[in-house]
Design a protein around this ligand. Structure first.
Ligand SMILES: Cc1ncc(COP(=O)(O)O)c(C=O)c1O
Length: 480
C-alpha cells in the first residue's frame, strides 16, 4: 500500500536532495570512523578515572551498581562495541536482543536520521504521523502471511504489549479472569506481568491479584523419564483439561512463549504446542503467542511459522529487535473502543528503524534449515562442543538438561559448571572482562546465553568470540 502523497507530508524535507546528500555524508562518516573498530581491546588506563566517575553517577541515579561496568561510548562496528573505558568487546547480548543488526549499521543510522526529520519526535494514539501506521502495516502484512492476525496496537515496551494482549483476551472472554502460562515464563515487569512471570524473585512484595495456572513446558529429560514424547504430551493435555474442568469458563487465555527466553532458551516442538492449542481452541480459550524475545531469531521470522502453528494464534506480542513493540490480534479479538490507548506509541525513529528491520529481515536468505541463522547456530554449537571436549571439568553433567549446548537460531545457550547460579553469573562477568558481553538465563539450571546480532555475524567471528569465552570460563574454573 502506498504512503500518502509526498505533497501532503514532509515534502521538501524527506525528498530534499541537500538533506539526502547530508544524510549520505553522515552515514559514510560514521562508517569510516566505525571501521577502525576491528577487534577486542582492553580498557584504556587513561580513561579509567573518567569511566569510574560515569559508573558512580549512573549507580547514584539507579540506587545500585550496574550489573556490568558497561557505559557505551556511542560507537561500535557490527558485533563489536566500544565502551566509555575505551575497551572494545564482542556484543553477544545486544541490549538483551534489541540491536539485531549490531552497532553502527549504516541502514539503521540512515533510518534513524530520516526519523529525526519529523516536526515532532513522539507519536501518540490521538495524534500521529504516518510512520507508525506504515510500520504496523508491514508488521501485519508479514504476520498475516501465515496467520489470521489482522490489527496491531503499538506500545513502548514489551511489558505494555503484553498488558495490551491480556486486556484484549480478557475483554473477548469476559468475565473469564484466569490465565494459563508455562512454568518459567517471563512476560515483563508491570504489576500484572510480574505476577504471571514465573520467578519468585521478580514479584517480591507485589500483591497477587492475577489468577494463574501453570503448565510444565516441554522437557526432553522428562519425556525420557515418562516413556517418550507422546506420553509427555498426553500428560500435558490431561493437566490442561484438569485446570479447565476445575475452573469451567474462567480461563481467558493460554500464554505460549514458543521459545522460552529468560526461562532458559527452552525449545519445544510442534506436536506439544499443537495438542495444547487444539484444546484451547475447542474450549474457547485465547491462544496468545509472546514472541518478544524470539521474533526474527528462530528458523523463520515468526516462531509460529517455524512450528507451522499460525492458524491457532489469536493474539501475538513482539518487541525488542522490532524497535517498536506491538500486540497483534485477529478480527474477532479486535477490542471495543476505549480499551486501548495511551499518550505515546513511540518516537519517529522507532518506526523508521523498526520498518527497516522488518524490510531487511524479509529475506529468505536468513531463514530455513539451510539459512544464515541456522548456519551460525550450527557454528555456535560446534565451537561450544569443542570447548566442552577440551575442558570437561568445566562442564560437569547437568541432569536437568539433555545437552549442555542448546537453543535455536539466534538464541544460543551453554551450560558450564553444572548450571550453578553463582558460577554462571561469575562466568558472565569474567567473560565481560575478557572481551565478550553475555548474560545468563534459566532458573536452576542457569545457562550462559547469547543473543548475537545474527545478520552481521561472519563465520570467522565465532573462533574469536569463543577465545574470549574460554578465557572467561578459565578464570572462574581457576578461582575454585
Ligand atoms: C518473552 C518476553 N516477554 C516480555 C518481555 C518484556 O519486554 P520489555 O522488557 O520490553 O518490557 C520480555 C523481555 O525480556 C520477554 O523476553
Amino acid at each position: 500500500m502506498d504512503s500518502p502523497s509526498p505533497a501532503t507530508i514532509s515534502a521538501g524535507v524527506r525528498d530534499n536532495p541537500a538533506i539526502l546528500t547530508a544524510i549520505d555524508t553522515i552515514v559514510e562518516q560514521v562508517q569510516s570512523v566505525a571501521n577502525a573498530i576491528t577487534d577486542v581491546r582492553p580498557p584504556d588506563p587513561g580513561l579509567a578515572e573518567s569511566h569510574r566517575a560515569l559508573l558512580d553517577r549512573a549507580a547514584a541515579t539507579k540506587g545500585r551498581d550496574l550489573l556490568y561496568p558497561y557505559i557505551g561510548a556511542g560507537l561500535g562496528n557490527g558485533p563489536l562495541v566500544q565502551l566509555a573505558d575505551g575497551s572494545v568487546k564482542w556484543d553477544m547480548i545486544c541490549g538483551i536482543g534489541v540491536h539485531f543488526f549490531g552497532h553502527a549499521h549504516p541502514e539503521m543510522i540512515r533510518a534513524a536520521l530520516i526519523g529525526a526529520l519529523e516536526d515532532t519526535h513522539k507519536h501518540g494514539n490521538l495524534q500521529s504521523g504516518f510512520d507508525a501506521f506504515e510500520y504496523s502495516e508491514r508488521l501485519i502484512e508479514l504476520a498475516s502471511r501465515s496467520s489470521r492476525l489482522k490489527h496491531a496496537f503499538l506500545t513502548t515496551s514489551g511489558a505494555m504489549a503484553n498488558e495490551t494482549a491480556l486486556k484484549v483476551c480478557y475483554q473477548k472472554h469476559a468475565p473469564a479472569s484466569r490465565v494459563i502460562a508455562f512454568a518459567d515464563c517471563f512476560m515483563g515487569r508491570s504489576v500484572t506481568m510480574s505476577q504471571i512471570g514465573d520467578s519468585a524473585g521478580n514479584r517480591q512484595g507485589i500483591p497477587l491479584s492475577t489468577l494463574v495456572d501453570y503448565m510444565p513446558f516441554y522437557d526432553e529429560v522428562e519425556a525420557d523419564r515418562v516413556g517418550g514424547h507422546t506420553n509427555l504430551i498426553d500428560r500435558a493435555c490431561r493437566q490442561l483439561e484438569r485446570y479447565i474442568n476445575r475452573y469451567p469458563g474462567q480461563h481467558a487465555c493460554f500464554i505460549f512463549e514458543l521459545v522460552q527466553g529468560e526461562g532458559g532458551f527452552n525449545v519445544a516442538n510442534r506436536d506439544f504446542f499443537k495438542a495444547l492449542m487444539e484444546i484451547c481452541r475447542d474450549r474457547g480459550i485465547a491462544v496468545w503467542d509472546d514472541e518478544i524475545q524470539s521474533f526474527g531469531r528462530t528458523e523463520r521470522m515468526f516462531a509460529y511459522e517455524m512450528y507451522d502453528l499460525g492458524d491457532y494464534i489469536d493474539v501475538l506480542t513482539v518487541g525488542k529487535l522490532t524497535q517498536a513493540c506491538a500486540a497483534l490480534y485477529t478480527e474477532p479479538y479486535n477490542p471495543k473502543p476505549g480499551l486501548l490507548s495511551g499518550t505515546f506509541t513511540g518516537s519517529t525513529s522507532d518506526f523508521t528503524t523498526g520498518l527497516r528491520v522488518l524490510e531487511l529481515l524479509d529475506d529468505e536468505r536468513w531463514y530455513g534449515a539451510d539459512g544464515v541463522f541456522a548456519k551460525h547456530h550450527a557454528q555456535f554449537r560446534e565451537h561450544a562442543r569443542a570447548m566442552i571436549e577440551r575442558h570437561p571439568k568445566w562442564f560437569p553433567a547437568c541432569p536437568a538438561v539433555k545437552e549442555l549446548v542448546g537453543g535455536v537460531g539466534g538464541m544460543m545457550r551453554l551450560t558450564p559448571f553444572g548450571g550453578d547460579k553463582d558460577k554462571v553469573s561469575k562466568a558472565c562477568k569474567a567473560c565481560f572482562d575478557e572481551g565478550v558481553v553475555l548474560f545468563y538465563c534459566g532458573h536452576n539450571p542457569y545457562h550462559i546465553r547469547l543473543l548475537p546480532p545474527m545478520p552481521v555475524m561472519k563465520d570467522e567471528y565465532w573462533t574469536r568470540v569463543f577465545e574470549c569465552i574460554e578465557r572467561g570460563l578459565a578464570r572462574v574454573a581457576e578461582s575454585e
